[in-house]
Design a protein around this ligand. Structure first.
Ligand code: SIN
Ligand code: FE2
Length: 219
């Protein structure tokens, strides 16, 4: 590789080689960076239409992460269980449409990670403030487990926990920064994963929070 190639890879983060966590799972460092301006604008419109809220788990605990959705389907939880809905239960209106910028990013990240033809119909928006965390879980409420998960990080850095097929398996700590994208599918689709409590901080572009967008094919 010439220095010119190296320079090109730096100038275009999408050209960097993925960090492979295991077959089917990779981290695309900075993949979303070139698009964060548009993503932020479209995110603000989604949140204005369907406000972030703290959901309650079936066990009755209020989640520390605030959530909303865009796309044909949205993930929801309350005392009666986890499920995907076509309408926002807060307003009884359909979830806001998935912005074209969101879909294009998700489809190109999936393709970069080796999953062609990703067709997301759901995007869960998670907002973490310092102290908020997500305990180990599997994403398994989706009907299309043949399609990957694409997870976009914006704002404050976080430590992503990458586990195994069983909840008790060892976890690997993967630091994620503004603009990073994680993709997991195929043999890694049902891996346990979570997010450690967010550290205090102020992000120049996103403020004192981390936003995560997870794209799925749920219906
Ligand atoms: C999730 O598992 O739904 C979110 C992961 C993250 O916030 O990085
Ligand atoms: Fe998840």
């Amino acid at each position: 590789m010439s220095t010119f190639d190296l320079f090109d890879a730096d100038a275009d983060p999408a050209a960097n080689a993925p960090l492979v966590l295991e077959p089917g799972a990779s981290v695309l460092r900075g993949f979303a960076l070139a698009r964060v301006g548009t993503l932020r604008r479209d995110l603000d419109a989604v949140i204005a239409a369907a406000p972030l809220r703290h959901l309650v788990t079936p066990g009755g605990k209020t989640m520390s992460v605030a959530m909303t959705n865009c796309g044909a389907l949205g993930w929801f939880s309350d005392r009666s269980g986890y499920r995907y809905t076509g309408c926002d239960p807060l307003s009884d209106r359909p979830w806001p449409a998935m912005p074209a910028s969101f879909r294009a990013l998700a489809v190109s990240a999936a393709s970069r990670a080796g999953f062609e033809g990703f067709a997301p119909d759901a995007c869960l928006v998670n907002r973490y403030v310092p102290g908020a965390r997500l305990t180990l879980h599997q994403d398994r409420d989706e009907r299309q487990l043949g399609q990957p998960i694409v997870s976009v990080s914006l704002g404050l850095p976080a430590v992503f926990l990458w586990g195994g097929a069983q909840r008790g398996d060892r976890t690997r700590r993967v630091p994620l920064s503004h603009g990073d994208v994680v993709v997991w599918g195929g043999p890694a689709r049902l891996r346990f994963h979570g997010v450690m409590p967010l550290a205090e901080g102020e992000h120049a572009f996103m403020g004192a929070c981390r936003i995560n967008l997870t794209f799925r094919c749920a219906g």
